[in-house]
Design a protein around this ligand. Structure first.
Ligand SMILES: N=CN[C@@H](CCC(=O)O)C(=O)O
Length: 331
């Protein structure tokens, strides 16, 4: 696959800050030189970056999600290898080459009446690459961990996972938004609508939805479908002691077959993301949810998206996402 930049140890070497007597994650993480080698590695998890924000732009959102991958990478490869962190479990695959698409998006005149449609066409091209790659990774018996990028990439994840497992898959999405917007041009707000339309998505549960940002037509659509459910952040956060039990119940409702796990960082209060909000879950609450889901054998992939670090926040964003990844792959 041409659009994939497969990483070699030399690609991350300079980012590792080595110390005598210590071993950093990036020194021991696994690599492959081709996708064919995936099935022969002992690593259970495959890490992939999608450094784009075209879907967010096409959804009138705040760009910057293209920078999350580098933030995560710099932090993750510098965590300590110890009794809790085993780098053999993780294969650092690399990144989808998004520079060309990002350049094309930047060249479209924002006053062009077809500006959003043209961005949507680029999103469709990315969709295709994401779907192909996720299908390959899951078919090789691995669990992809995808760092976006916008939430538009949920569509490619779901399509790829459904094709690999030969059935529509279920989804748990921790998110302030449903992303069930209309089937207009492709963008970060309609990935799940397109996944339903393509018959790649079966049961869909949104955990932590914000009432203020969900249009009534979407609430009605969810009321009418037995496959769509939501739990409002407003209700969940009233009873913090009940949160884990509620999340466990949510998992039990969808883990009767293979499911994908989506985490939109705008569900976290005050977190640098494309739709940052002062209200939402704490980082530690999210870590608890990740711990609960990571133990589930039906979890087919984990997608962390919409983090949008700037220069000031890149260190903290990188550390937060690396907690999420290391929690997910822990025993
Ligand atoms: N993936 C994000 N989707 C949200 C974005 C909202 C925003 O940028 O304010 C949505 O379409 O509702």
């Amino acid at each position: 696959m041409e659009a994939l930049k497969i990483y070699k140890p030399a690609d991350i070497e300079k980012l590792i800050s080595k110390r005598k007597g210590e071993v950093k994650f990036g020194e021991k993480v696994q690599f492959v030189s081709s996708l064919d080698e995936l099935k022969n590695t002992s690593a259970q998890y495959v890490l992939l970056g999608i450094p784009e924000d075209i879907g967010v732009r096409a959804n009138h959102g705040k760009p910057g999600t293209s920078k999350a991958w580098k933030s995560l990478l710099g932090a993750l490869i510098n965590i300590q290898v110890n009794r809790f962190n085993d780098p053999n479990k993780l294969l650092l695959l690399g990144e989808l080459e998004c520079k060309g698409f990002m350049q094309k998006a930047a060249n479209i005149d924002t006053t062009d009446p077809n500006y959003l449609l043209k961005l949507g066409d680029l999103v469709k091209e990315i969709d295709q690459m994401v779907a192909e790659l996720i299908e390959i990774i899951i078919s090789a018996g691995k669990i992809p961990i995808i760092i976006g990028g916008g939430h538009n990439n949920a569509y490619g994840n779901i399509k790829g996972a459904a094709k690999a497992t030969n059935a529509p898959i279920n989804i748990i999405n921790i998110d302030a938004h449903t992303d069930l917007r209309q089937l207009e041009h492709r963008h970060s707000g309609n990935g799940f609508s397109y996944a339903i339309e393509g018959q790649f998505l079966c049961k869909y549960s949104v955990f932590g939805l914000h009432k203020n940002y969900t249009p009534e037509y979407i609430f009605k659509e969810m009321d009418f479908s037995e496959n769509l459910e939501f739990l409002l952040a407003e209700e969940l956060l009233q009873f913090p002691d009940e949160l884990n039990r509620r999340f466990q119940k949510c998992i039990e409702n969808i883990d009767d077959s293979k499911f994908g796990f989506e985490l939109d960082c705008d569900a976290i209060a005050d977190f640098p993301s494309s739709a940052k909000s002062p209200s939402g879950f704490s980082i530690n609450q999210i870590r608890n949810f990740i711990n609960m889901i990571s133990k589930n054998e039906n979890c087919a992939y984990f997608h962390i998206c919409e983090a949008a670090p700037d220069e000031m926040s890149t260190g903290q964003v990188g550390k937060t996402l690396s907690y999420f990844v290391s929690d997910f792959i822990a025993e």
